[in-house]
Design a protein around this ligand. Structure first.
Ligand SMILES: CC(C)(COP(=O)(O)OP(=O)(O)OC[C@H]1O[C@@H](n2cnc3c(N)ncnc32)[C@H](O)[C@@H]1O)[C@@H](O)C(=O)NCCC(=O)NCCS
Ligand SMILES: Nc1ncnc2c1ncn2[C@@H]1O[C@H](COP(=O)(O)OP(=O)(O)OP(=O)(O)O)[C@@H](O)[C@H]1O
Length: 310
């Protein structure tokens, strides 16, 4: 199985591109933002560790459960906005939160990839915003950067909002209008927080030098993104000897000839394909099956460990 690390800057369009990639191919996706949200769900064991790591900050609130009669059971809920304000302006706090959360995120990511291998997927897409920051590209055969200019990134982030929760939905028509968004029209606090988030990540210029492929997502609208996704799929099929008929709809075959010409934004190559003949594929499935359950068990155990970090 080929592991493709999909990354970008915040709000450059990773979730949108991955949704299209996965729809076109059926390839499974492991989404680290979704994992990060899942492990910090109400009442999750990790909330206690986050609280203890940042004493003096009210980051977890008790909330009544409206579904419960009499409102008896309380839920412990992470204040994501407050934690975001804290870590995105303080590198030490960010690295402390990383030490608390990254082990659990990585274990679940590995378990997701092992499950995909066991299911016999030819390719697994890893959606990892911090792929290069965390050196997770070392896990992957190739990486692809979902790229846009700094200006468009800020416009998209302000237009969408800071959190990634619920993103990746089909691009609504009005999203084509974000290009008219003027940051000056937003409250200064929102712009400051957006810039803090962008500034807390490796600059896109640096990510461009590390990515195997670059998928430009500058122009507005679903159709522009779809074109770039098809070009990227064409290159990936060519470089790894994937047979479009077996994994992709006919649309990609149409994109293949175009991919032979150096398309704007598609960089470097050829990439040496890993051996993925029938034997290697079968071995990958067995290894995935052997690894999946222990990794999942480890992930569950890790999240319940009682010690405090920091
Ligand atoms: C601080 C938190 C609670 C804010 O939650 P919120 O819902 O507002 O944002 P969300 O989690 O959806 O993240 C939105 C985007 O912010 C960026 N981001 C998140 N964490 C970080 C970080 N530590 N450093 C740089 N960028 C980050 C990513 O591009 C992500 O896609 C949350 O981001 C978090 O728990 N971060 C630490 C976990 C982590 O490293 N996640 C990144 C995925 S591996
Ligand atoms: N080509 C495009 N045209 C118009 N809107 C777009 C395009 N690509 C992405 N968007 C919009 O930009 C916003 C950010 O996109 P998306 O959520 O996919 O980014 P992301 O990189 O996954 O963000 P995060 O880093 O927070 O996970 C969303 O509102 C999305 O609808």
């Amino acid at each position: 199985m080929i592991l493709v690390g999909v990354t970008g800057g915040i709000a450059t369009g990773k979730s949108s591109a991955i949704r299209l990639l996965s729809e076109l191919t059926g390839w499974p996706v492991v989404d680290t933002d979704a994992i990060s949200h899942a492990i910090t769900a109400p009442n999750a064991p990790i909330l206690g560790r986050i609280e203890r790591s940042f004493p003096g900050h009210a980051l977890v609130h008790e909330r009544g459960d409206p579904a419960a009669a009499g409102g008896a059971p309380q839920q412990r809920v992470l204040d994501r906005a407050a934690l975001g304000r804290l870590i995105f302006q303080d590198p030490a706090a960010r690295s402390l939160l990383g030490r608390v959360m990254q082990p659990a995120i990585r274990l679940r990511t590995a378990a997701g990839a092992a499950r995909a291998a066991a299911a016999g997927a030819p390719v697994c897409l890893l959606d990892v915003p911090l792929l290069f920051e965390g050196n997770l590209d070392a896990w992957c055969h190739v990486s692809v950067l979902i790229d846009c200019s700094d200006k468009v990134q800020l416009q998209r982030l302000l237009f969408r909002g800071l959190s990634s929760a619920g993103t990746g939905a089909p691009l609504a028509h009005e999203h084509a209008c974000y290009s008219t968004v003027d940051p000056a029209a937003f409250p200064a606090g929102d712009v400051e927080q957006a810039l803090n988030r962008i500034g807390s990540q490796m600059p896109l210029s640096q990510k461009r030098t590390r990515a195997t492929y670059i998928l430009p997502n500058e122009l507005p609208g679903q159709e522009n993104l779809r074109q770039q996704v098809l070009l990227f799929l064409g290159l990936l099929c060519r470089d790894f000897g994937l047979r479009p008929a077996s994994v992709l709809p006919a649309a990609v075959a149409v994109a293949l000839p175009a991919a032979d010409a150096p398309a704007a934004g598609q960089l470097r190559g050829p990439v040496s394909p890993p051996g993925h003949g029938a034997l290697a594929h079968a071995a990958g499935r067995v290894l995935g099956a052997v690894l999946f359950l222990p990794l999942l068990a480890m992930a569950a155990a890790w999240e319940r460990l009682p010690w405090a970090v920091g």
